[in-house]
Design a protein around this ligand. Structure first.
Ligand SMILES: C[S@@+](CC[C@H](N)C(=O)[O-])C[C@H]1O[C@@H](n2cnc3c(N)ncnc32)[C@H](O)[C@@H]1O
Length: 311
């Protein structure tokens, strides 16, 4: 399918990829042939470009993204490699189902670089507290529920759990109370209105405020896009669909995601008793070096973990 009508500005910095060379180094097992690689989070195509350069003629790359803008951008960026790429405007949480549609039942590697692209943060609605926009936050505009729908309809107690668990903020009940009070009078529909609600109940310093807002926005984004459920599903699917020697690589930016990946790899680790299907390739999570963090602040929280399916 062609997505190129959606996005026309190739000049713009769509996203600066994080740990991209390390991720692809782990992803491609040099002893496998006829590779079928999945980039589950294509974004601006930074990882996909490196993968494409390494694919032999028989190799294939499947590029997933929920966000049409990402696919449209990458389709143009990687037009030189188009014969080897298939784009899927879908959710990596439905990995097996989406691949089945293309007749694929085994893959040689899958990489996930979780979270948002810079483009989403800077240009799409709702993700950033720095711009006053509709409180949307859907990475896939076909999804029904926006952040505004969620914040205006969730029971107060569920809001508290969401901010406490996904946002990792203390006393999340206070924020849930503020929202519950405000929405009785008027719906909260924009990022600016949400910020006003927060400011009405907290006395925050400028630097403290940004940190606090980002945690709250992050919690909402995780909930709107079912990020943890999707991650759980793709990890399980990958175990079934990776061929022997196939690799799973995940770069995460949130402690809950990293914990989920770490536990998944530990729980499926092959043992002498013959249980488990994975060999963990990264004893500890890899993190970016000082140089990368200096050049790209967003990379500072990244953690990379990789495993190989051994049977
Ligand atoms: C951090 S960016 C990836 C950047 C990419 N590695 C690059 O080099 O440009 C994450 C991307 O994953 C996409 N995404 C997040 N969750 C997804 C999901 N469940 N299914 C498909 N795409 C998803 C987002 O829309 C976003 O474009």
């Amino acid at each position: 399918m062609i997505y190129s009508n959606q996005y026309n500005d190739l000049e713009l910095d769509f996203h600066i990829p994080v740990l991209s060379h390390k991720a692809v180094e782990y992803l491609i097992n040099p002893s496998l042939n006829d590779l079928i690689i999945v980039d589950g989070t294509t974004g601006g195509g930074g990882y996909s470009e490196i993968i494409c350069k390494q694919l032999q003629n028989s190799g294939k790359l499947i590029c997933f993204d929920k966000d049409l803008n990402a696919l449209s951008f990458t389709q143009k960026r990687l037009s030189w490699c188009q014969a080897k790429i298939e784009f899927v405007n879908g959710n990596f949480g439905n990995l097996k189902e989406e691949l089945n549609k293309s007749g694929i039942d085994r893959i040689s590697g899958i990489v996930l670089d979780l979270g948002l692209s810079s483009y989403q943060l800077e240009k799409e609605d709702g993700f950033s507290y720095m711009r006053n926009t509709p409180l949307d936050m859907r990475a896939d505009i076909r999804d029904k529920e926006t952040a505004s729908d969620l914040i205006n309809s969730k029971p107060r107690r569920e809001l508290e759990i969401m901010f406490s668990y996904y946002g990792e903020i203390g006393n999340a009940g206070r924020l849930a109370d503020l929202i519950a009070e405000k929405r009785k009078r008027r719906k909260i529909e924009t990022t600016g209105e949400l910020i006003e609600v927060i400011n009405s109940g907290y006395n925050l310093s400028k630097s403290g405020a940004y940190d606090f807002y980002s945690k709250i926005f992050q919690a909402l984004r995780i909930a709107v896009n079912n990020e943890l459920e999707n991650l759980r599903d793709v990890l399980n699917d990958s175990l079934d669909i990776l061929e022997e020697g196939g690799r799973l690589v995940v770069v995460s930016y949130h402690s809950l995601e990293d914990r989920m990946v770490k536990n998944f790899m530990r729980d499926n680790k092959a043992t002498k008793k013959g249980d488990g299907k994975l060999k963990v390739l990264t004893k500890k999570a890899l993190t970016p070096g000082e140089e990368e963090i200096k050049e790209n602040r967003r990379s500072r929280s990244a953690k990379l973990r990789a495993a190989e399916k051994i049977k």
